[in-house]
Design a protein. Structure first.
Length: 301
């Protein structure tokens, strides 16, 4: 299904850039919500920090996909950066949700979120029905999703796209990990037994477009593949695709020294399943780890 007008925040980012290209390719009109002065007809301005979002900027759109946020792994987690991570999510989401409510129209709202909501849960199988965990990212995710309440209260269909680790060329955590792997430096992190729930960039944008097309899917939706694996297995699959099977491990102590509190996220375990996606008829292009790792290496070469 296509031919909609879809507004996207974070359209220049790793996922947002791929999503806008995908939507345009299937025949949707993409409206980019930008913070600078618009320079193209497809751009409209918003300012989540100071001015929010004028409801007139979105009154003619069918759906909004909100992806703009500060990266959790871009800087060391100082108190100031943790506050930026939180505020960029809460303030931006509140601005979009409030504008949707002010239009008086049930605009489809696909709001970015993350599987950090579940916290460190070892080998527990996590679904959209699982409760929240503990830790900084779990607290951020709860506040993030909670700030969409104005749109929900106004009757708009809201889905929370809880992304896992996205495999794709040119961005995200796997771009950095792939560089390490080419030098034989991406082995087990800590014990390596912690589960990583991954999805390819291709499937991520397909899943987001699926949510645009299915406004009946509301609430949390896990944007992960159906094959979560322990981190050491993920590292092995990437090493196999690179023909570099021997990878050096990184002890937990070294990671905590190098990364500070962010190491707890790297070492945490989240075994998340995409039951809402698969239950609604979504099918994956990359459902298994080994072919996905091969795709990542091929697309990144």
């Amino acid at each position: 299904m296509s031919g909609r007008r879809v507004a996207v925040t974070g359209a220049s980012g790793f996922i947002g850039g791929a999503l806008t290209a995908y939507l345009a390719g299937r025949g949707d009109e993409v409206v980019r919500l930008v913070r600078h002065q618009p320079t193209q007809p497809s751009e409209r301005r918003w300012d989540p920090v100071r001015g929010g979002l004028d409801p007139r900027a979105i009154d003619d759109v069918d759906a909004i996909v909100h992806l703009a946020a500060a990266g959790v792994g871009d800087h060391r987690w100082t108190p100031a950066y943790k506050e930026l991570v939180l505020r960029s999510r809460v303030d931006g989401t509140a601005a979009v949700a409030t504008a949707i409510a002010q239009t008086g129209r049930p605009i489809r709202f696909v709001c970015g979120s993350a599987i950090g909501y579940y916290g460190d849960r070892r080998d527990e199988i996590l679904t959209e029905l699982s409760g929240p965990g503990t830790g900084f990212l779990a607290e951020v995710a709860r506040a993030w999703e909670g700030s969409a309440e104005p749109a929900i209260a106004a009757g708009a269909p809201v889905a929370f796209a809880r992304h896992g680790l996205v495999m794709g060329p040119g961005g995200g955590a796997f771009a950095r990990l792939l560089r390490l792997a080419r030098w034989g430096l991406f082995g087990p992190l800590g014990s390596g037994r912690q589960y990583w729930s991954w999805i390819t960039l291709a499937d991520s944008v397909r899943a987001l477009s699926h949510l645009i097309d299915r406004p009946d899917l509301t609430g949390p939706v896990n944007i992960v593949g159906p094959d979560p694996r322990p981190q050491r297995v993920v590292a092995s699959a990437i090493g196999h695709a690179l023909h570099r099977p021997a990878m050096l491990p990184a002890p937990s102590v070294a990671l905590r020294v190098a990364l500070g509190e962010f190491a707890d996220d790297i070492l945490g375990s989240q075994r998340v399943m995409p039951f809402a996606l698969t239950g609604s008829g979504f099918t994956f292009e990359h459902s298994m780890l080994r072919p996905a790792a091969a795709w990542l290496v091929r697309e990144s070469s």
